[in-house]
Ligand binder design. Structure first.
Ligand SMILES: Nc1ncnc2c1ncn2[C@@H]1O[C@H](COP(=O)(O)OP(=O)(O)OP(=O)(O)O)[C@@H](O)[C@H]1O
Ligand SMILES: [Mg+2]
Length: 231
């Protein structure tokens, strides 16, 4: 064995590249000229006032909403070059999305909710899903129904589901918004650890300075686009 790990390659393809992105909603421009590159293994926090467009930006990156202008490349694939099916396949394979409103399916058990990304890929995924539930502190609760869980527990199910298929890009919309400090720190450590261990890029939208401070880079979204947050 040579034993040497390859040095990080400055010419490597960014996990995510956004160029000159613009989006308006009726009566208002959310952002224009928005540019961002996130490297594999890098964790970026995005902050900004309510209504500024953070969730809209994540939805556009995931191919769930369309921009007015600009370009998005995920692992080198241009979203605009894909049809609906292609975008869906890319999203299922490459992206783990923690939605602001969890989107946990109420009629499925926890383990089936978490296994969904693997099930969509044709597998069963129950063992991986159970292991991921244990990682977010819900071991032994596989058969529970979402209605039996607290808001913070549901948040953790949403995070387990976003990570179970080892995505190369994690998009998390206020993933610790409903959690106490201790649980929030644990969940954030899990997201960041997952990114480090598997070289996944992550964008974490948060209103919490405490959460942002644990990320590699903190950006603020405003009318002009993304800018480094001061302090
Ligand atoms: N499909 C839509 N049609 C019209 N307006 C929309 C649409 N989607 C979002 N908006 C508006 O765009 C703005 C940005 O919404 P968005 O959910 O992205 O904000 P946010 O930064 O995530 O806020 P929060 O911190 O409260 O979650 C809001 O004013 C919202 O009402
Ligand atoms: Mg939002």
């Amino acid at each position: 064995m040579t034993g040497a790990r390859p040095a990080s390659n400055p010419a490597a393809v960014p996990a995510l590249e956004i160029a000159d992105l613009a989006k308006s909603v009726p009566g208002r421009q959310l952002f224009a000229g928005l540019t961002l590159a996130v490297q594999p293994g890098e964790v970026v926090a995005i902050m900004g006032e309510s209504g500024v467009g953070k969730s809209t930006l994540l939805n556009i990156v995931a191919g769930l909403d369309t921009p007015d202008a600009g370009r998005i490349r995920i692992g080198g694939s241009d979203l605009a070059g894909l049809d609906d099916d292609g975008r869906t396949r890319l999203r299922r394979r490459a992206i783990g999305f923690v939605f602001q409103a969890f989107h946990i399916l109420p009629h499925l058990s926890l383990v089936r909710n978490v296994a969904l990304p693997l099930a969509l890929g044709g597998g069963d995924g129950q063992a991986e899903a159970a292991a991921m539930l244990a990682r977010v502190g819900l071991g032994g609760r596989e058969a529970a129904r979402p209605a039996e869980l607290s808001g913070g527990e549901l948040q953790r199910v949403a995070i387990a589901r976003a990570l179970v298929h080892r995505p190369s890009l994690i998009l998390a919309d206020e993933p610790t918004g409903n959690l106490d400090h201790e649980t929030a720190d644990r969940i954030l450590a899990l997201l960041i650890g997952e990114s480090r261990d598997h070289g996944a890029a992550a964008i974490i939208v948060t209103h919490s300075e405490r959460a942002a401070a644990q990320c590699d880079r903190v950006l603020r979204l405003g009318a002009g686009g993304l800018a480094p947050a001061n302090g």
